[in-house]
Design a protein around this ligand. Sequence first.
Ligand code: UDP
Length: 329
Amino acid sequence: MNVLVVGGAGYIGSHCVRQLTAAGHHPVVVDNLVFGHRAAVAEDVAFYSVNLGNESEIGKILRKEKIELVMHFAAYAYVGESVTDPLKYYFNNLASTLHLLRCMLGSGVKKFVFSSTCATYGIPSQVPITEDFPQAPINPYGQTKLDVENALKSFATAYGLSFASLRYFNAAGAAEDGSIGEDHKPETHLIPLGIDAATGRGPALNVFGNDYPTPDGTCRRDYVHVDDLSRAHIAVFDQLAVPGAQHFYNLGTGTPTSVLEVIRAIEKVTGKKVPHTIAPRRAGDPPALYADSTKAQRELGWVIKFPDIESIVATAWKWHESHPHGFGK
Ligand code: UDP
């Protein structure tokens, strides 16, 4: 299938492009390179540096490349920034996505795979989280993702758009061969910051709170390998054959891992200590977030290849060790 990957030079998008190629599909990348890296996409993949809200240019690409399905990864994803600068998030994550969707519908492209997030659930009343939990985001980032989900539901009913909204938990790890991986500027995620602390490239890690109601007092999250996530995007294609199909899937391993357990995994994999200090809680961090992803496993035949934190961290380490400056050098 000819697949337009919007945000295909970003962290999850670039891994998905490789998985598409490996599965025999034909990916075409659109990325404005604000956060993406040209080097994360193979030279022989068609690449357009265009904003997703640019309807005339996106329309030309859809027609020229005979696109049948669009995957949309391009979004701002700094939760704290979404609170201090919500306009940026509503314009990029919501308004630009509406331009993309209008352009697709106008060009007759009616299959869509959307990067959504567990942040749409806000603070769940219990865990693990299933897809039918109430969605009550606690920040503009999660709200904009939920707004797009709601728009998609209406578009499916009104225009016959078929879509899958994939609600990611904590994307982590890197390509198994270590050739591409996570390179955010600024970096805020636990695993890359922990690896930087271990190698001395970064400061000691701040552990945001150790007085949560969890077994070791630190927050528990559901770390899911970026290639496992990517494979779910492809496994969902069959679900989109029927016009107007609407699908929602949680993508996580279902195993909660605490901040201290992540630190121990990094120490085991790298053979180095992770210097860390206990810091105050970070605003908006729920004590525990993890998925019940049995729906994706049952309906998509989604198989989790990296079910444990050590195997995920091992791939991240392979990337960071071989690319100490990310895609920079
Ligand atoms: N975390 C931490 N120190 C850091 C970064 C993250 O203790 O420097 C914690 C954070 O509070 C959360 C977990 O690690 O409980 C995962 O955070 P991350 O930012 O990687 O992902 P999020 O869960 O916010 O999407």
